[in-house]
Design a protein around this ligand. Structure first.
Ligand code: FAD
Length: 372
């Protein structure tokens, strides 16, 4: 019997685990992969998380090779571009490294891990929550946190409404070495029906990651054709693809990515990170939202575990706070996503932002939050 079972050991799951574990609660995390492992992610984290990393988690990402990022570049499929300084900025570090640091920190705080273990069922019987694993084991707890990411079989089992619609996006990620891109800049290069981000991470590497529609990939036939026929039309991307060193044999690819609104609780389980709602990657803010939402939840949940609030009150307080802090940003991300990957609209967006710099600053600010 645990106090809390956390399903999914990404950023949201690990931050919840650290903050509840260090308060002495019995916490277990179930993660289907084994740390350390690579994920599809742009690996740029907004500085709104920096003071939280340092003062709350006692982790300084720069001790692990994170690289400061202070500038932004946006290009259109024809090569028109805009460059600007970022007000808040961020840093680059691979998820391979970052998630592993958090995993080790959680272990130091007494959290139990079941890695290489997939949860196939979650539920509640006789006032006790339970999870069942793919290894036919069952574990009980007073509470379950759902941090299983953008889309999981568990969403289907819980009959979450967003799961009924197919998700039209696929994403591809590489790590590369190149001297074509400055260390302190994150760039978003548009191409027909998609966009590709590039920014520095540790060990002289760059994360090079793009999002496009399944339709685009299907029309091209395969990833290689998609890149050479569509992405190469953007002159910046052509140069990066043809003149950089690619560090892995093949890219990491995911599909079925959805930015549809989600609920923050389902059958008593509170959702956190992408499980509660995913912001479009062009905002470069999903990781901060995962971390921030975990802070909010792990601040509220001890009230239930210590008997000061009912389960219903905890759920209401968390949902209210989540919506207040994140709902606007997710909606903004969905709106602005329509401009990206559309050749004419992205051209208009870059033209207007170049002519009116405060407009560009406003757009970046809308997608970002404040330090927490
Ligand atoms: C193409 C792309 C680029 C992005 N770029 C950026 C960026 O540059 N900056 C940024 O801030 N954000 C970015 N994001 C968003 C960011 O990656 C996510 O918002 C963030 O990873 C969310 O963290 P999480 O903990 O909620 O989920 P995740 O990190 O996805 O973790 C969920 C975990 O749950 C596990 N899991 C799922 N189901 C089960 C199960 N049944 N049993 C056990 N384990 C399970 C998974 O294996 C996974 O490890 C990007 C996203 C995409 C798709």
């Amino acid at each position: 019997m645990f106090d809390v079972l956390i399903v999914g050991g990404g950023l949201a799951g690990l931050v919840n685990a650290i903050r509840l574990g260090r308060q002495g609660f019995q916490v277990a995390v179930f993660e289907q992969n084994t740390y350390p492992f690579h994920r599809v992610c742009g690996e740029y984290i907004s500085n709104e998380t920096l003071s939280f990393f340092r003062s709350d988690l006692k982790i300084n990402p720069f001790d692990f090779g994170a690289i400061p990022i202070t500038h932004f570049k946006l290009t259109s499929p024809t090569g028109n571009f805009l460059e600007m300084r970022l007000d808040l900025g961020g840093f680059g570090i691979s998820r391979f490294t970052l998630d592993n640091i958090l995993y080790e920190t959680a272990q130091e705080h007494g959290v139990t891990f079941f890695t290489g273990t997939r949860i196939v069922e979650v539920g509640k019987a006789n006032e006790i929550y339970f999870v069942k694993t793919n290894k036919s084991k069952k574990y009980n707890s007073k509470f379950i946190i759902g941090t299983f990411g953008k889309r999981s079989e568990l969403d289907k089992k819980l009959q979450r409404s967003f799961f009924r619609k197919r998700s039209p996006y696929v994403a591809v990620k590489y790590h590369i070495r190149t001297n074509l891109h400055p260390d302190n800049q994150i760039a978003l290069h548009n191409f027909a029906d998609g966009y590709c981000g590039i920014s520095r991470i540790e060990d002289d590497k760059f994360c090079f990651c793009y999002l496009t529609s399944r339709k685009n990939l299907r029309a091209a036939g395969n990833i290689q054709n998609l890149e050479s026929q569509i992405l190469y039309r953007n002159p910046f991307l052509r140069k990066l693809f043809t003149e950089s060193e690619f560090l892995h044999d093949k890219p990491k690819v995911i599909n079925e990515i959805s930015f549809a609104p989600k609920t923050q609780h389902e059958q008593g389980i509170l959702m956190c990170g992408d499980s509660a709602g995913m912001i479009t990657p062009l905002c470069g803010n999903g990781m901060s939202i995962a971390i921030h939402s975990a802070k909010i939840l792990s601040d509220i949940l001890p009230n239930f575990l210590e008997g000061n609030l009912s389960e219903k009150e905890v759920s209401q307080n968390y949902t209210k706070e989540w919506r207040k802090v994140f709902a606007h940003r997710l909606q903004f991300g969905r709106t602005i996503q329509q401009f990206f990957g559309h050749p004419l609209l992205s051209e208009i967006l870059i033209g207007s932002a170049k002519k009116i710099p405060p407009f560009a600053r406003l757009l970046v600010r809308q997608s970002h939050g404040n330090p927490f």
